[in-house]
Design a protein around this ligand. Sequence first.
Ligand code: PLP
Length: 386
Amino acid sequence: MTERTYLDWNATAPLHPAARAAMIEAMDVTGNPSSPHGEGRQARAILEGARERIAQALGAKPRNVFFTSGATEAANWVLSPSAASGRQTSPLRALLVGATEHPCVLAGHRFAGSAVHSLPVDRNGLADVSETAARVAALTAEHGKGAVMLALQAANNETGVLQPVEAIAAAVAGHDAVLVCDAVQALGRGVALPAADIVFVSGHKIGGPKGIGAVVVRSDAFAPEPLIHGGGQERRRRSGTENVAAAAGFAAALEAVIRDQAANVSRAMTLRDQVETGLKHLHADTVIFAENSPRLANTTLFATPGMSAETSLIALDLAGVAVSSGSACSSGKVAASHVLSAMGVPDDLARCALRISTGPTTTARDIEMFLGAWETTLARRLKRAA
Ligand code: PLP
């Protein structure tokens, strides 16, 4: 196989060696963690060990960490009118949701359409703190204290933009709103996890296996109605035999990324500078989206006018370079990204958006390979257009 350059870490990260080792060991354990015999207890010990390590890394109590099959399930579970805090006995009545949230939030919540309100972002992709506080105040005045849920991501998967979740949490504190934060892309990438009521994360974005995620609740007060009913696993919140090996792999990957976080972020910043300087050098009209916003060190979303993302992605792939056109979940679709639309980017430019996302094993040579392939792609296309 020809040499490949993988620059699509926001879609999924390569499996971390520590995760692979932990999973292989766990897969040889026979028991069901719910069985009381020795084999079952051995599986239970691995599962609870993984939960403790994840809780430790996220600054939570192990009893407040619940495993799911990933962030999509987590969003579908917790974004529910039943997620009211213990202080409130009646269901939540309104969901205020960031316009640039991941589709698992926008399409996955369980509120009636009429209860959902979109929170706009500015052209830099940022939600405004005072505007958000005013919207929560207005919805609270309409529906009552504690009746509003606010869903805001820590980091955007397409642009890398970091929302001011902490400042917003402080600004809305008086309204008893339930704050839910999708921290999937922020995890292990130099961003402090926000003090939200409910946070959810995913294993495969940080070098863990695909198909495992976790919901972390700030306290027992937050107990959304289960989405998956059955045998009552995960303290009756999420039924189904737990994926013990995946939990072990997730915990091992998380420990590794947290341990190496500072060094990884600093390397990512150097690589991002290399990408962005190179792109602008190759074509002066290249736009880097949310360039001046606080954003993840590993992510660049850019567009060169006239270079359709769909065609560019294929050309780069043929040249051995894997990148994304916006989010992986939407690649394959021709529609312009809802994230860029929310930022006011015209559709014709949005359709040219390509995302480069790096990770701990990305090297300067990978970026050179990409820039070389991009130079060729640009030259071919511009020649054809001439
Ligand atoms: N939230 C964000 C910000 C993501 O980037 C993704 C994955 O693309 C998800 C949620 C969904 O995660 P999962 O693949 O675990 O369902």
